[in-house]
Design a protein around this ligand. Structure first.
Ligand SMILES: Nc1ncnc2c1ncn2[C@@H]1O[C@H](COP(=O)(O)OP(=O)(O)O)[C@@H](O)[C@H]1O
Ligand SMILES: [Mg+2]
Length: 295
């Protein structure tokens, strides 16, 4: 099948809530932009997280943050509106259509439609469908685990339902882009903790089963260890310093638990990126520091 943009790469970031998906997606997008690729960072949903990180309004259309680096916020409804507008061409009719009470209920009741519109938009540059999406790299700060899989299943379910016609054809093209290793790269973000690691294992299998792709794993917030083994032994053996003593013991337990979880991750995948815990509460600093660390 011929594609419109053979040179666009889409990075999709997922994982459990709160593990650092948004921070890592932004760091990766900044890194690609600094390397000279025209990059669009996309957040999905109705609320922008990045507006607090970059102190800029973020909307559907790209907001340029710096050279080569823009951000968009794509909700299901805005993507669907654009899709229909592209088909109908007359904005007034599209507004009537979306503001109609029956249509509103229908759209709410058919989440797969919104999900299809989001994936349609994400893959639109490569498919050459709709308004141009003129970027070399698109980084998607994806939904978390279950919602992300539901998102990917939308065109599959829809494509099975609608076998013929342009809609069925579009579903199949969207799936083709999403399952192509050349165009789409999936990353699962996790913490070195039991629950997110368990979820990562499941999600990795689900991704393989749903879209046939192997996700790489990003293990975030690994405690840096400033102490050598000798340091720790020395603190532990210092009988006079009880609080330092128990703190060293506590740290030792954390390092041991983390190491166990990292071993588990290595059993699931041989492509693991490790990122340290950063001692700052400033989201912008977290993104900038992670950008420097990412390969
Ligand atoms: N490596 C890290 N070290 C310290 N804080 C981090 C790190 N990664 C992310 N954070 C912080 O953790 C919080 C959750 O990260 P976020 O990217 O919003 O997670 P998610 O998008 O997965 O819900 C944010 O405050 C973020 O700045
Ligand atoms: Mg987030």
């Amino acid at each position: 099948m011929a594609f419109h943009r053979e040179n666009q790469t889409i990075y999709l970031i997922t994982g459990k809530g709160g593990v650092g998906k948004s921070a890592i997606a932004a760091a990766l997008a900044q890194k690609k932009a600094s390397g000279g690729a025209k990059t669009l960072l996309v957040e999905l949903g109705d609320q922008s997280y990045y507006k607090y990180i970059y102190n800029q309004e973020i909307n559907y259309l790209p907001t340029q943050i710096k050279k080569n680096f823009s951000i968009s916020l794509w909700s299901g409804e805005t993507c669907l509106r654009e899709y229909v507008l592209h088909l109908v061409k007359v904005k007034k009719i599209v507004d009537l259509f979306f503001n109609n009470r029956v249509m509103k209920t229908f759209i709410r009741a058919a989440p797969a439609l919104k999900e299809l519109a989001i994936l349609g938009k994400i893959t639109s540059g490569i498919r050459g469908w709709g308004p141009p999406l003129d970027f070399d790299v698109i980084v998607v700060d994806g939904f978390s685990t279950g919602h992300f899989i539901a998102l990917l299943r939308a065109p599959i379910g829809m494509g099975e339902m609608i076998k013929s016609g342009p809609m069925g054809e579009q579903c199949r093209k969207i799936i083709e882009v999403l399952s192509s290793e050349k165009f789409c790269k999936y990353s699962i973000v996790t913490l070195p903790e039991e629950l997110p690691v368990g979820e990562t294992e499941e999600l990795k299998k689900d991704l393989k089963a749903t879209i046939g792709q192997s996700a790489n794993i990003i293990c975030n917030r690994i405690y840096p260890n400033p102490f050598s083994e000798d340091d720790l032994v020395q603190i532990l053996s210092d009988e006079k310093s009880l609080s330092a003593n128990s703190f060293a013991e506590h740290l030792n337990e954390i390092y041991t638990r983390e190491a166990e979880q990292i071993v588990k991750l290595q059993e699931i995948s041989n492509d693991i990126t490790k990122l340290p815990f950063l001692f700052t509460a400033d989201g912008q600093i977290v993104v900038d520091e992670l950008e420097k660390i990412l390969q």
